[in-house]
Design a protein around this ligand. Structure first.
Ligand SMILES: O=P(O)(O)OC[C@H]1O[C@](O)(CO)[C@@H](O)[C@@H]1O
Length: 439
């Protein structure tokens, strides 16, 4: 079956045939297909919506509902603030920044931290013109609750306590969660968060409502997501990019390349990596049934900027990394032409007549080739800037890859058992501060 795609995936440089002993062999990769029969079955069940899952979202999320609500909000408000953290903000922010229309994306702002200095900028918000969207799957996340409760008195002062509910929307799942309780007490409308883990939920109202408010073509995103979901249900691992790419990264990790080093060559696409880091880190960093510590560490370096800060390490340092380049070929033809002025100077001469986009592209190609020559396994994902369909494909590809790696490592991709401990300690330290401050 051939399925239309707008993203090009080239993992030739993962292979031993291209990068020597640090790469992997095609026959080993194909052999992983047999270990993935169980997962393949589950992927189909998920895709068909027989169990709630990220793979069903592109088929089940009601876009008309999101658009109707979004249009209503766009008529009433000029600014949109989103409170949330982790999966409750990274996906939406990624869509807004990579696909939002230039002017429209400025009106949607995400707050995903409790740094008091950053939060000071909320003092300048004109709440008459603003809608606040508070997102938390559990409804109990300390940072999100703190953001909301500290801003609430100001909203009440400006809008009048009885009108606040017209300026807030809550997205949450847990009926007993604090956010749901607060929403009920203040009569704030609640949009249900699907029964899908936060880091896999971008293709629901959680990511798509903020995206729509920023002018994102959410139909395009979902079409691309559906196309990739179908490809990732193909039986043959060679035809199935999710299985192929996931298995390749697993084999590289088994071969000591446990750092997943991303290099987006596009400022626009850096937010994709921010979203991906949570997906990869929380899904894969855990103990396997034998108690072994598993996982791949996702890290990001920006092309070309970090060529001048980290490339030396990538080339001559330990061979513990597998690289993913994220590029936009249309950037190659963009940009200003470098003028002929000062062409007599040796450092200027090679640049003359070229666009900044050509320099960008040449640096990417040069870096990739140098890494390959040093036997550093790498792959390239390329998509056009602002291509909603391709971003939809990319989201599903990366989600499926993640569950493939988890399956091969024998771990659960959907829990995050260890993070609770630091939350318990946070509460303990808050309590201690209370005593110190005599609260
Ligand atoms: O959506 P919630 O429940 O506020 O959680 C936010 C984030 O916190 C985590 O639970 C980790 O602490 C993530 O898995 C999640 O995306």
């Amino acid at each position: 079956m051939s399925i239309f795609s707008r993203i090009s995936i080239n993992s030739d440089n993962f292979m031993a045939s291209a990068v020597g002993e640090h790469g992997i062999r095609e026959e080993d990769l194909i052999a992983q297909g047999d270990r993935l029969d169980g997962l393949r079955e589950r992927l189909r069940i998920w895709r068909d919506g027989k169990e709630p899952s990220f793979l069903g979202l592109p088929f089940q999320t009601d876009l008309d509902e999101i658009k109707t609500l979004g249009n209503r909000m766009l008529k009433r408000f000029t600014r949109f603030i989103v409170f949330g953290i982790g999966g409750s903000s990274l996906g939406g922010n990624m869509l807004v920044q990579t696909l939002g229309r230039r002017n429209d994306r400025r009106r949607v702002r995400f707050y995903d931290n409790v740094d008091p200095i950053t939060l000071e900028s909320l003092d300048r918000i004109d709440w008459n013109e603003t809608l606040l969207i508070v997102i938390s799957k559990s409804g109990n996340t300390a940072e999100t609750i703190a953001q909301f409760l500290t801003v609430l008195p100001r909203m009440e002062r400006e809008l009048g306590a009885q009108c606040v509910h017209e300026h807030v929307l809550v997205i949450t799942e847990e009926p007993k969660g604090a956010l749901q309780q607060i929403a009920e007490r203040l009569e704030i409308p609640v949009i249900p968060h699907p029964a899908v883990g936060g880091r896999y939920v971008v293709l629901s109202a959680v990511g798509l409502l903020p995206a729509y408010l920023a002018g994102v073509d959410i139909d395009g995103v979902m079409e691309g997501a559906r196309a990739m979901a179908d490809r990732c249900c193909q039986k043959d691992i060679r035809e199935n990019p999710g299985l192929w790419q996931g298995a390749a990264q697993y084999l590289l990790a088994e071969n000591g390349k446990t750092i997943s080093q991303w290099m987006p060559y596009s400022d626009h696409l850096t937010l994709v990596v921010d979203w991906y880091r949570q997906l990869w880190a929380e899904s894969l960093g855990k103990h396997d049934p034998q108690g072994r510590e598993r996982g791949l560490t996702p890290v990001s370096a920006k092309g070309v900027t970090d060529q001048h800060s980290q490339l030396q390490l990538f080339l001559d340092g330990p061979s513990d990394k597998q690289f993913t380049f994220l590029t936009s070929p249309d950037l190659l033809t963009a940009g200003e032409r470098i003028p002929t002025r000062f062409a007599d100077l040796p450092a200027v001469k090679p640049l003359v007549g070229h666009t900044t986009g050509e320099l960008f592209g040449a640096e990417f190609l040069g870096t990739r080739e140098t890494l390959s020559r040093r036997g550093r396994p790498n792959r390239t994902l390329s998509l056009l800037q602002g291509d909603a369909f391709a971003i939809g494909e990319l989201i599903i590809l990366l989600e499926v890859e993640t569950v493939v790696v988890a399956e091969l490592m024998g771990i659960d991709a959907f829990d995050q058992p260890a993070v609770e401990e630091s939350k318990v300690l946070t509460r303990k330290y808050l309590d201690e501060m209370k005593t110190i401050r005599g609260l």
